[in-house]
Design a binder for this molecule. Structure first.
Ligand code: ZN
Length: 559
């Protein structure tokens, strides 16, 4: 079967680099991340903050986002050719943008902003300095996150298509291939466990294994692979993966572009549990029936491998980087004569069989769930269990299958309370225990005895109450101290369960912009020439998602 992937062309010399240093990447487009595909390039900034960031072409600032999480400080620039460039994790904006944003903080009395702008408000020229690089939001070190989007659809496009040059003469690395059983019938060498195969590498980036796994029932393959760039120790994502048997293409992934609402399909393209438990990026060479990602050609089959007894199937997997360097892995699979019998019986009872292409509702006396079609990535033999646990005082613990099975979008979940007094109703949250045994909580609404919420995973759920106010730890502030322009005070904020909802700092009666950094939970305030002056009461009010409130107060002298 020949592949026909529509070749789309993009203007190659329209954009200039957003930085004036050679591009070295710590993240590539389409890389597998937790719950998403990486949607741009992570450009290294020599491990420092404060490098000038330039508009890639003429246009206007169309959106400004300031957040304690995610992109941190970010600028979106719309260009007349129909594309939008995005610059994220910025330390600060340059003038005149900085003054414009500062006004908005005070207008809205909020550090967090997400503002859409009109074309005339903040126009930019190609190469205009618009910001300085940083490490704000969910960034793990100083870098620039840079994206190119289709302005109208917001689809993200691999920025490398626009001619940005990255030095890369090094081939991707294939670490291992793994044969994975697909269902309870599947066996590999007489076992129901997945089988990892070590690879021998020849100098010409060919990998092979001498092992010939004998398979029974449907199995699929997955590989751990990454790309190396010249003079750069980072492990980046690959651009393309093709699995063939003889002349047949069985599976094909290529990171060219994806729609905004497709990013969560990363969980269907990778080994989700390996990502969540070991932070490993393992590419599945198999498309499950609920995976509608547009980066996989729809005309290809699912790539489940099922062999007749004695049949030998040669498999070849090639991975490529954007600059055409490639590595190939070869392997033979053999069909087993039959299943090995006498293996320990496995539990095959399930509550309900769920087909991913249909909407799904399920309920009993204490729990109701409802999800839209295409919210699961594969057919699910749904298992439900209920238990009573001492840590769950206000409902049973409802085990909805297993947290190792990802879901695409939020769905409705309602749990009936047991013995919750009316006075605690407003403090109720729905708690989920994730695959790493961590707790996360969502707020919701009461409907008689039911507490209704929206959740985005499977696993254990129960009702809890949050009556504990957030904590404020003073890390840099002298009570009664004198503060002038450029000096900073800092606090560390924390909440036990429902999560921080708001933080507001006042000098006297005047709201002041304090900056919050989600990854360090640090709130900081820097005195400026505009800070109110005199002997003042500094007041910090912090609320959690169910309205518990903590206030810190101190007298200071602002000069
Ligand atoms: Zn990034």
């Amino acid at each position: 079967m020949q592949l026909s992937v529509a070749a789309q062309t993009y203007p190659a010399n329209y954009f200039r680099s957003p930085l004036d240093i050679p591009l070295k990447l710590s993240g590539t487009f389409g890389e597998l991340r937790t719950n998403h595909f990486h949607s741009g390039l992570d450009i290294r900034t020599n491990s420092v903050e404060g490098l000038p960031i330039y508009a890639a072409a003429e246009g206007y600032i169309s959106r400004i986002k300031v957040s304690a999480y995610g992109y941190g400080l970010a600028l979106y620039v719309d260009h007349p050719n129909g594309y939008t460039t995005v610059y994220a994790h910025l330390r600060n904006f340059d003038q005149p943008i900085a003054d414009w944003v500062e006004k908005k903080h005070y207008e809205k009395k909020s550090f967090e902003l997400d503002i859409a702008l009109y074309p005339g408000e903040l126009p930019v020229t190609k190469g205009q300095r618009i910001a300085f690089s940083g490490n704000t939001g969910g960034s793990g070190g100083p870098h620039l996150h840079f994206e190119v989007r289709d302005t109208k659809s917001e689809a993200v496009i691999n920025p490398r298509h626009f001619g940005f040059v990255v030095a890369d003469q090094v081939a991707p690395v294939i670490d291992f291939v793994e044969v994975v059983p697909y269902n309870s019938q599947s066996q590999i060498n007489g076992s129901r466990l997945p089988r990892k195969l070590p690879l021998n590498r020849s100098a010409s980036n060919n990998y092979a294994t001498t092992a010939v796994p004998e398979v029974f029932g449907p199995v699929y393959l997955q590989i751990k692979a990454w790309d190396k760039h010249s003079g750069n120790e980072f492990r980046n994502g690959i651009y393309q993966l093709v699995m063939r048997s003889g002349n047949d293409t069985l599976y094909h992934f290529r990171a060219d572009r994806f729609e905004f609402d497709e990013t969560r399909y990363a969980n269907a393209v990778m080994d989700y549990e390996a990502r969540m438990l070991q932070r490993e990026q393992i590419y599945r060479c198999f498309r499950s029936s609920g995976n509608f990602l547009s980066m996989l050609p729809p005309q290809l089959p699912a790539a489940l491998l099922q062999l007749s007894p004695g049949e030998t199937k040669p498999i070849e997997i090639t991975v490529r980087d954007f600059d055409g360097n490639s590595a190939t892995m070869r392997l033979n699979l053999k069909g087993a004569d039959g299943p090995v019998t006498g293996l320990q019986e496995i539990q095959t009872n399930y509550t309900e069989r769920v087909i991913p292409t249909r909407p799904w509702s399920w309920q009993n006396d204490e729990v109701q769930l409802s999800m839209p079609a295409k919210n699961l990535y594969d057919t699910l033999n749904f298992v439900y269990r209920r238990s009573i646990k001492p840590y769950a005082m206000f409902s049973s613990v409802h085990s909805l299958h297993h947290p190792g099975v990802p879901v695409h979008a939020s769905y409705d979940l309602a749990i009936k309370h047991t013995g919750l007094v009316d006075s605690l109703r407003s403090k109720t949250v729905l708690v989920n225990i994730n695959i790493n045994k961590g707790r996360s909580a969502t707020t919701g609404k009461w409907d008689g005895p039911w507490f209704r919420s929206k959740v985005r995973g499977l696993g254990d759920f129960y009702l809890a109450v949050d009556t504990i106010s957030p904590s404020i730890k003073v890390t840099a502030l002298r009570a009664g101290g004198t503060y002038g322009k450029g000096q900073q005070i800092r606090f560390v904020l924390a909440d036990n369960l429902s999560g921080l909802q708001s933080y507001n700092l006042y000098l006297g009666d005047s709201w002041q912009k304090a900056e919050y950094d989600g990854k360090t939970a640090t709130l900081s305030y820097t005195f400026t020439e505009n800070s109110p002056k005199g002997n003042l009461i500094l007041r910090l009010v912090v609320k959690d998602a169910v309205g518990n409130e903590t206030t810190y107060q101190s007298e200071i002298n602002s000069i």
